[in-house]
Design a protein around this ligand. Structure first.
Ligand SMILES: Nc1ncnc2c1ncn2[C@@H]1O[C@H](COP(=O)(O)OP(=O)(O)O)[C@@H](O)[C@H]1O
Ligand SMILES: [Mg+2]
Length: 373
């Protein structure tokens, strides 16, 4: 897909596409601004050619473009300035190639040929989407609730393309909470990992609002969710090329497919409450995570704090077993009675601060419940 500026470059782009026999070319006017408008509302094409001539701050606009594109997209910039610092800035902002005008079919062919083939394309954001795995130390601590609200926040408040992946195939908890139909295709995908590609996923996933996509199944209890760690790996690999964030709700079942999700996640969040059992299970989960690898970060979130009064372990007692929660969410039963997602309250405050940390965009205000890690 090309975003040109005038009739002349449209004609020459057309000629280039014809000479190169590009299968389904699309040419639009509007240059960088046009591309930003288009990507604000539409799905990203596989590759984008954009004319940056005359743009005030092309590198910063390319940076914005990278934010709107799905992670796997390739961007080629064309412009009228032959200048090395500009070229360097553009590449740093994420373009694969910069062509100085006039664009010829030959130059374009070279730039397009420089793109490795699908699966290993040089993505505009350089990094693929981030996987955030959420796991509860035990049932009922609020892991699913946290995963859903984090996904909603990143999609709606930060305008990211987000996948909420519910690996608990029997409960359909994520679909249910968002009032979506369960996606039976998820089990099929995991059972036949070779079928997992973007077309298959497009057909399978449910959509909530504009940017939140959900894979959450509700298999009958007699159906075995029989899938391998390799299938989880394949699925996450494909999802990383299409979403900025994959929020995975991981059931606490000690089997290799679930460990695979936890082992490949960029961030692992344990949700626990302050019961003795939950604290003990948190310690055990942490042991399961193994040595802290540089590419991972782990977080602990205490939810339902204050429930159970004096029977609960205090934060001081938790510190003695080296558990230092990153966030603490109070027990607020009356806030959880409404159907559908919450809009405000303590959990939402924590979720927005957490999303700020994950995305590097700071939350609006410094919250009172922040604990030093
Ligand atoms: N901070 C909280 N205060 C009160 N109730 C909560 C809180 N967080 C979650 N809940 C409720 O706890 C229940 C279990 O939550 P869920 O997210 O399904 O837990 P999990 O996925 O860990 O089993 C839900 O009914 C949810 O609304
Ligand atoms: Mg759950």
């Amino acid at each position: 897909m090309a975003f040109v500026l005038d009739g002349e470059s449209e004609a020459s782009m057309n000629a280039c596409f014809a000479q190169l026999a590009v299968p389904t070319p699309m040419i639009k006017r509007g240059g960088l601004a046009g591309a930003l408008r288009y990507l604000g509302t539409e799905r990203s094409p596989e590759s984008i050619i954009v004319d940056i001539s005359g743009a005030d701050m092309p590198a910063s606009q390319i940076h914005d473009l990278a934010g709107l594109c799905e992670p796997g997209v390739v961007v080629i910039a064309i412009g009228d300035r032959n200048d090395v610092p500009l070229y360097r800035d553009l590449v740093r902002a994420g373009v694969t190639e910069y062509i100085v005008k006039p664009v010829t079919a030959q130059l374009l062919a070279k730039a397009l040929a420089g793109i490795p083939h699908s699966g290993e394309r040089a993505p505009i954001s350089r990094k693929l989407g981030k996987v955030v795995a959420v796991v509860g130390a035990r049932g009922g601590v609020g892991a699913t609730t946290l995963a859903i609200h984090l996904a909603l926040h990143l999609a709606n408040q930060q305008s990211r393309r987000v996948m909420l992946l519910d690996l608990d195939l029997h409960t359909g908890g994520c679909a249910l909470a968002l009032n979506l139909k369960p996606t039976p295709g998820l089990r099929e995908a995991l059972a036949n990992p070779l079928r997992i590609d973007s077309v298959f996923l497009d057909r399978t996933m449910a959509v909530h609002g504009e940017r939140l996509f959900v894979l959450s199944a509700e298999e009958t209890l007699r159906t075995e969710a029989d899938f391998t760690a390799a299938a989880v790996d394949t699925l996450l690999g494909v999802l990383r090329t299409q979403f900025h964030y994959i929020i995975a709700d991981i059931p606490r079942i000690p089997a290799s497919p679930y460990w695979q999700a936890l082992d490949t996640a960029d961030l692992r969040i344990i949700v626990a409450d302050q019961t003795l059992r939950s604290v003990r299970d948190t310690v055990r989960l942490r042991e399961g995570f193994g040595a802290h690898r540089a590419e991972h970060s782990n977080m602990l979130i205490i939810n339902r704090s204050g429930e159970g009064g004096r029977r609960a372990m205090t934060l001081e007692e938790m510190a003695r077993v080296k558990l230092h929660p990153n966030f603490v969410i109070p027990f607020r039963p009356n806030q959880f009675t409404a159907l559908g997602p919450l809009r405000s309250g303590a959990l939402i405050d924590v979720v927005s601060a957490l999303a700020g940390e994950i995305s590097g965009r700071a939350a609006a205000r410094k919250p009172w419940w922040r604990f030093a890690a």
